[in-house]
Design a protein around this ligand. Structure first.
Ligand SMILES: Nc1ncnc2c1ncn2[C@@H]1O[C@H](COP(=O)(O)OP(=O)(O)OP(=O)(O)O)[C@@H](O)[C@H]1O
Length: 342
């Protein structure tokens, strides 16, 4: 549905050029929620703005439903953009207009008839849960409510695609979750494909199907969210996953404990999170287990857990225990410290 092919973007500045995107390719399938995560300056905003050509690539193609935006006429591009809604961190509402006018005026500018405008404003304010705020001004709304109005405004053009540029970054955690739930509902009930950028793993975890990790203008890793959680390949991806599962065992404790037996990081996905594998190995084999840290989180469609445990016992019994865990679908990785480094 959205295909970014070999996109490079160089910003010409006074002194030196900045390569914000460096040969980036990405495909978002119809109906999915695709997240792009990266630290500040990675190139995320530039990337998402390619998908409606708010930013033009220096080279590469932007294909939306088999049309290459780069080669479309101005008129055809204008029409295509109406199929692509966008929401922003700063909401971009006009302060001097009411909620109704903020949604209605862009529709009027694209030639939608007055009756149809009334119907759409009513419908989309209902969907975002703000039917009672039609006549108020943006400064009478909370941040979350402002973002709901911005979402209703984007939806009122009845797009196939919604682009989200850090839409929850200015919101507190509870409001963030409410907006993420709303995005999920829009995706499921209206069938709208969503491409979002964020610097928060929490956003990816809650609603995304697939994710790409960006660094220095490149995509360094991409795939289903659960794959990046279970086996992050790149150091930066590992840092993002650790932001959800901080491993806070002090290094000197790991160093001491590992003299008596291995410290294991255990990763559980789906039903494995519910089976009592650790108590089974304690009962079945001659070992002692001690849990050092752990957490279970909900990904979009399944549960995912991490546990750090210390195991004491003979090499033979420890090996049997690890084999048992592996057979149960648990991913087992030994934590080792050499000279103070994990
Ligand atoms: N209009 C511009 N002119 C010059 N350089 C720019 C422009 N827009 C972005 N850049 C540069 O391109 C690089 C990528 O910026 P971009 O805003 O896409 O990153 P980001 O990952 O969205 O970061 P943040 O989360 O801080 O917004 C940065 O080095 C930035 O300074």
């Amino acid at each position: 549905m959205i295909e970014l092919k070999h996109i490079t973007k160089v910003f010409k500045t006074g002194k030196s050029d900045v390569k914000a995107l460096d040969d980036v390719s990405l495909t978002v399938e119809k109906g999915e929620i695709f997240g792009v995560i990266g630290y500040s300056g990675a190139g995320k905003s530039t990337l998402v703005r390619m998908a409606n050509l708010l930013e033009e690539p220096t080279s590469g193609d932007v294909i939306i439903d088999s049309d290459n935006l780069v080669t479309l006429s101005k008129e055809a591009l204008r029409k295509k953009r109406q199929r692509i809604g966008m929401i922003f961190q700063g909401f971009n509402l006009l302060k001097t207009l009411t909620v109704y006018q903020n949604i209605a005026i862009p529709l009027k500018l694209t030639g939608v008839a007055e009756n149809e405008i009334k119907t759409r404003v009513k419908k989309y304010l209902e969907i975002v849960g703000l039917s009672d705020k039609t006549d108020v001004y943006p400064n009478q709304l909370s941040g979350g409510q402002k973002q709901r109005v911005a979402i209703a405004r984007a939806l009122s053009h009845e797009p196939d695609i919604l682009l989200s540029d850090e839409a929850t970054s200015a919101l507190d955690p509870d409001t963030t979750d409410q907006i993420l739930e709303l995005l999920l509902k829009i995706n499921r009930e209206l069938g709208i494909t969503i491409l979002l950028i964020t610097h928060e793993m929490h956003v990816i975890q809650r609603i995304c199907d697939r994710v790409a990790v960006m660094e220095n203008g490149k995509i360094i890793e991409q795939g289903p969210v659960v794959d990046l959680y279970t086996e992050p390949k790149h150091q930066t991806t590992r840092r993002f996953v650790e932001s959800i599962f901080p491993s806070q065992t002090p290094k000197h404790i790991i160093k001491d404990l590992q003299k008596e037996g291995p410290i294991l990081d255990l990763t559980f996905v789906g039903s494995a999170t519910e089976s009592p594998s650790l108590s089974v190995i304690s009962n079945r084999y001659q070992i002692e287990t001690n849990i050092l840290s752990g957490n279970i989180v909900e990904l979009k469609d399944q549960t995912f857990g991490k546990l750090r445990a210390h195991i004491k016992g003979s090499v033979q019994e420890t090996t049997k225990s690890i084999d048992y865990l592996t057979d149960q679908g648990v991913i087992v990785r030994e934590v080792v410290i050499h000279d103070g480094i994990y």
